[in-house]
Design a protein around this ligand. Structure first.
Ligand code: SF4
Ligand code: SF4
Length: 447
């Protein structure tokens, strides 16, 4: 049996960034601390579905003891990339990143599935590139087809995995905006009152095309707090879906394009995103481009300016801008790519506590993945369903009437979960609740 590097390019020692670094893989001391926090291990109790087990598989491949087969790739792709393991590993092994490197190595060896080459490489490269597909989705909703199609897919989902995936795709889609946000948001939105900051806005593809109302609320909240919001036209996808699905080359290409674009705006205090996955990915650009001597320092500069919107608001929320009471009981679901990947846990809670009238109720296992995990809920709907069911049960157990989170995938997944389980809970982004509190204060002042 040959080593992983030889399997990919026979007879040649390759040390490209696509391959899990052997020395880093060796860092695992097999202590097992990562097992109890890994959702796929919790659900299956299989060592090969644990962080430690996945690293052991990769190491066996690199040692030449195993071939990099589709069944090994299957264990790698069953990982949610939730990074819960990274937060507890005593020697600090970057487990999630190594697993993604393993997927990329498999993609180099065996190629990528046709659907990924079409859906991700052609359409999910920017909000603009998504437009033809989204136009059809908007038409589908306008014609009232969900009323007919949804019950049919629900009845068929147990018959074949393809129906299960279609059921998820259809169920995840909220009422779409008539126009994506990138098409109507000005490059510069002035601050309300005195300008205190100039903030770059990274408008994620999903936020623009699917959750435009949320990002519109984000911009309003920022401007009320003295931020001039600059949304550079020509932004492309952050690259997270491509990195997640083994296409490092495209992830790096997209990263370089965003780095070049935002480098033209040197006077920005920070760059903000209201999508935890985008902010998390941009903070990982230095890792993605670590072998690129030209772009590595630029990636570092962009990552240092990057903030999740909750981090930034916790810092700059202006006491002089009144917030009205929002009487509701709220529980907070922590997105994996905010809590685990970025280590941002306190800021969203601090912001929520600033809203008068809001009662915060703790959510058990608040950092446990909801099953969304990028496109995991489409590629692995059964495991995603199990995780979603657990999440919805815990949300219902808090008795809260509102669940707040900060990532589009989580918003859509939990929205689908509470609807399917008939739980009367509204699902909101943090900035939507803030926006509501500001809007109420403004309308009571106007009366
Ligand atoms: S990233 Fe999440 S699912 Fe993947 S191995 Fe780590 S804990 Fe398990
Ligand atoms: S916690 Fe880290 S060192 Fe311990 S078994 Fe898991 S990956 Fe290995």
């Amino acid at each position: 049996m040959t080593s992983l590097l030889q399997q990919i390019i026979p007879g040649q020692q390759v040390t490209g960034p696509e391959f899990p670094d052997y020395d880093v893989l060796q860092g695992c001391i097999r202590c097992g601390r990562c097992l109890p926090v890994c959702p796929t291990y919790q659900e299956t109790t299989l060592e090969t579905m644990s962080p430690r087990g996945r690293l052991a598989l990769l190491r066996a491949v690199e040692d030449g003891k195993l071939d990099l087969t589709s069944s090994i790739a299957d264990y790698l792709y069953h990982c949610l990339d939730c990074r819960a393991c990274n937060t507890v590993c005593p020697p600090g092994v970057p487990i999630g990143e190594l697993i993604l490197d393993g997927r990329a190595a498999y993609a180099v060896k065996a190629g990528r599935p046709w659907w990924a080459r079409i859906a991700l490489d052609r359409f999910l490269t920017s909000a603009r590139a998504m437009e033809p597909v989204m136009r059809m989705a908007r038409l589908y909703q306008r014609l009232g087809l969900p009323r007919v199609v949804r019950p049919v897919l629900r009845a068929l989902k147990g018959r074949h995995p393809a129906f299960h995936t279609l059921f998820h795709m259809e169920g995840l889609l909220p009422r779409l905006p008539s126009q994506p946000l990138h098409a109507r948001l000005a490059e510069v939105t002035p601050a309300q009152g005195e300008r205190r900051y100039r903030v770059g806005f990274f408008l994620g593809c999903m936020m623009s095309q699917v959750l435009a109302d949320v990002s519109q609320a984000t911009v309003r909240v920022l401007t009320r707090n003295g931020c001039e919001v600059v949304t550079p036209p020509g932004q492309v996808c952050c690259g997270a879906p491509h990195d997640d699905q083994g296409n490092k080359r495209m992830a790096r290409d997209l990263a370089r394009r965003n780095i070049d674009l935002f480098a033209r705006y040197q006077d920005l205090d920070v760059i903000v995103a209201d999508c935890a996955a985008c902010a998390g990915m941009i903070k990982e650009y230095p890792h993605l481009l670590r072998d690129d001597p030209v772009y590595y320092p630029r990636a570092l500069a962009m990552a240092r300016r990057m903030r999740d919107v909750s981090e930034w608001l916790a810092e700059v929320l202006d006491d002089a801008v009144p917030l009205a009471e929002v009487r509701c009981t709220v529980t907070y679901h922590e997105p994996c790519h905010l809590a685990n990947a970025q280590g941002v846990r306190e800021p969203p809670v601090r912001v929520l506590r600033r809203i008068p009238g809001l009662e915060l109720r703790p959510l058990p296992d608040s950092t446990r993945c909801c099953g969304s995990a990028g496109i995991y809920n489409l590629t692995h709907p059964e495991m995603a369903d199990r995780l979603l069911e657990d999440k919805v049960r815990k949300i219902a157990g808090t008795g809260a009437d509102t669940v707040v989170t900060g990532n589009p995938g989580c918003l859509l997944q939990i929205q689908m979960g509470v609807r399917e389980h008939g739980i009367p809970v509204r699902v909101r982004h943090l900035t939507q609740l803030l926006d509501e509190a500001y809007a109420r204060a403004e309308s009571s002042r106007a009366r």
